[in-house]
Write a protein that binds this ligand. Sequence first.
Ligand code: NAG
Ligand code: NAG
Ligand code: NAG
Ligand code: NAG
Ligand code: NAG
Length: 210
Amino acid sequence: HAALLLLFILSCSRVAYSGGGRSRFTSIISFGDSYADTGNLVRWADPVLPGPNPFNNLPYGETFFGYPTGRATDGRLVLDFIAQALGLPLVPPYLAKGSNFSAGVNFAVAGAPALNLTYLQGQNLTVEPPINRSLHDQLDWFQKLKPSLCKGKGADFFGSSLFVMGEFGGNDYNFLMSCNRTVEQARVYAPQIVDSISRGVEILIQHGAK
Ligand SMILES: *[C@@H]1O[C@H](CO)[C@@H](O)[C@H](O)[C@H]1NC(C)=O
Ligand SMILES: *[C@@H]1O[C@H](CO)[C@@H](O)[C@H](O)[C@H]1NC(C)=O
Ligand SMILES: *[C@@H]1O[C@H](CO)[C@@H](O)[C@H](O)[C@H]1NC(C)=O
Ligand SMILES: *[C@@H]1O[C@H](CO)[C@@H](O)[C@H](O)[C@H]1NC(C)=O
Ligand SMILES: *[C@@H]1O[C@H](CO)[C@@H](O)[C@H](O)[C@H]1NC(C)=O
């Protein structure tokens, strides 16, 4: 996992700085789970999320922001370091209505799986909280926002955006294991989980991601 992330970051910075020290990326568009959520889950409306969300309380946020931001960490996420390295603003969560998304938007939701809620529940899995936050739900948000994202932007806005897809998959296995499936039973789902992530990447490419 760590090695993959490192490779990813190295390849980003190589591309990012190939234009004489200036980033070629004008925005960041992010999808994922708690590894990337900058505040979507904590903004999800009640009554789906009753009671205080731990990410909305200290010690979350205490070592960098000084207050909880909805990130599942006391400091910054990898996504935050990427944004800072590219000289872009920290990527605002989609559910923070009224945010300026012209330099980036983050659709990641903590706990998001690759497979959708209806499907997982149909497999007799308990998904807590039971909300539509999967990769493909995040892609629906993206498609809904797309007209306003692209408004007044050049034709190649997405071509100059850094798309960050993931992490995805971890929560699918979490839901399986917390319902007491064996590793062998969980392994059966791997091809579908991988396929769902691949299809998500392909959809973004069809929308102009490079
Ligand atoms: C939104 O942010 C962009 C760049 O980050 C800036 O150029 C623009 O003026 C901002 N728009 C508003 C309405 O604040
Ligand atoms: C949920 O996933 C299943 C299996 O991949 C798929 O057949 C179905 O169309 C999806 N439903 C929604 C609402 O996306
Ligand atoms: C889910 O549980 C129901 C009731 O026990 C059962 O009939 C069904 O076959 C189960 N579905 C799967 C995919 O395991
Ligand atoms: C999730 O999405 C499915 C398909 O659109 C819908 O039938 C279901 O009611 C939604 N569940 C929740 C909890 O919103
Ligand atoms: C899983 O197993 C544990 C320990 O046997 C049990 O307490 C728990 O209720 C089980 N969970 C489910 C979803 O079956």
